[in-house]
Design a protein around this ligand. Structure first.
Ligand SMILES: Nc1ncnc2c1ncn2[C@@H]1O[C@H](COP(=O)(O)OP(=O)(O)OP(=O)(O)O)[C@@H](O)[C@H]1O
Ligand SMILES: [Mg+2]
Length: 321
């Protein structure tokens, strides 16, 4: 059974003068122990689509569709019940660990408070669990780390601590939203290896969100590519990243200085900029930047349909061979 199954997710946010659609009908599912990658340029709705599941959107936002998490519907779930699930069975880490860590509290206090609240452990048991968690994410000298404050650690170590807190209650699903974007390449690789080990050892499902397809090429099992609030291509990592079929996926890969992606091809920046909410082009929202667009692309909204080994929202399908 899927850990998470999202169908027809639509999100509208309130802006002055009306609502604006940010996520426009997104479907995906996540299996136990898998890393599910979500990629797309800045503003494509990756973060908003996750915050919608956790009930963390601004007031007066509208969320439609279904999101079954371990068999329970998250959309429309009462806030209290959702708060109980989020943080225990479903945890999230953000790009900047300072978002998840309180700067004025010791690491030990933050970890054990979380453990005590959700797992109802006494002080001693909570501290032991905190040490165990810091060992799990490979923080050197965990007992000393408990007494330190977040700013005593490097960015990579802070992100490990944020992951430790997220894992405190053995969640079934970890949503990692750009967890390595602020880190340099070697530290980034360490965090990705950590996530990879955790999913193998703890059967943890991970949604890994990034604007960098290169990050997914080392770790994701399956990949969905977002453009302007919709999925344009999804499938197994190897199929999508080595043989991209949507012109947007191909453009993202061509813009990457990554050996697996670019091979001998020169780096090519994607022309134009991503559309802003409220100004999404008609038809296929990518047509204004697409070098393969035909007349019908300006009119017809392409459906995400199954084609051989993947799902694709491009009727032109210029790279099908
Ligand atoms: N509170 C808000 N009110 C109105 N619009 C918002 C709000 N928060 C985000 N948006 C808009 O929603 C769109 C999607 O934002 P989102 O943060 O989901 O993008 P993203 O794909 O996560 O991008 P990034 O890679 O930069 O993190 C953006 O255009 C953003 O400007
Ligand atoms: Mg984001």
């Amino acid at each position: 059974m899927s850990v998470l199954a999202v169908e027809s997710l639509r999100v509208k946010l309130p802006i002055p003068g009306g609502d604006v659609t940010i996520v426009d009908g997104v479907d995906y599912d996540v299996q136990p122990g898998e890393v599910f990658g979500i990629a797309g340029e800045s503003g494509s709705g990756k973060t908003i689509s996750m915050l919608a599941l956790l009930g963390l959107l601004p007031e007066h936002s509208t969320v439609e569709g279904t999101a079954l998490f371990a068999g329970k519907e998250l959309i429309g779930m009462p806030r209290r019940e959702l708060r109980d699930i989020a943080g225990r069975d479903l945890a999230m880490v953000f790009q900047d660990p300072f978002t998840s860590l309180h700067p004025m509290l010791t690491v030990g206090r933050q970890l054990s408070e979380h453990v005590r609240r959700h797992l109802h452990l006494d002080r001693h048991a909570a501290e032991e669990r905190a040490v165990e968690l810091l060992e799990d994410v490979r923080i050197p000298d965990p007992r000393a780390a408990l007494r330190a404050y977040p700013h005593h650690f490097s960015g990579g170590m802070r992100q490990r601590i944020a992951i430790a807190i997220a894992l405190a209650c053995r969640p079934k699903l970890l949503i990692a939203d750009e967890p390595t974007t602020a880190l340099d390449v070697t530290v980034q690789a360490g965090i990705l290896r950590l996530l990879d080990r955790l999913r193998r050892e703890q059967d943890l499902a991970v949604i890994l969100i990034t604007h960098d397809l290169g990050v997914l090429s080392s770790i994701a099992d399956r990949v969905s590519v977002f453009y302007a609030g919709r999925v344009v291509e999804s499938g197994a990592r190897g199929d999508v990243l080595q043989h991209p079929r949507h012109p947007y996926t191909r453009a993202l890969l061509d813009a990457l200085p990554h050996p697996e992606a670019a091979k001998e091809r020169p780096l090519v920046a994607i022309g134009g900029s991503p559309p802003t909410p409220g100004h999404i082009p008609s038809g296929c929202s990518f047509h204004t930047r697409c070098t393969h667009a035909v007349d019908s692309c300006r009119v017809d909204v392409p459906e995400l349909r199954a084609v051989s080994d993947r799902r694709l929202a491009c009727p032109v399908d210029p790279f099908s061979a």
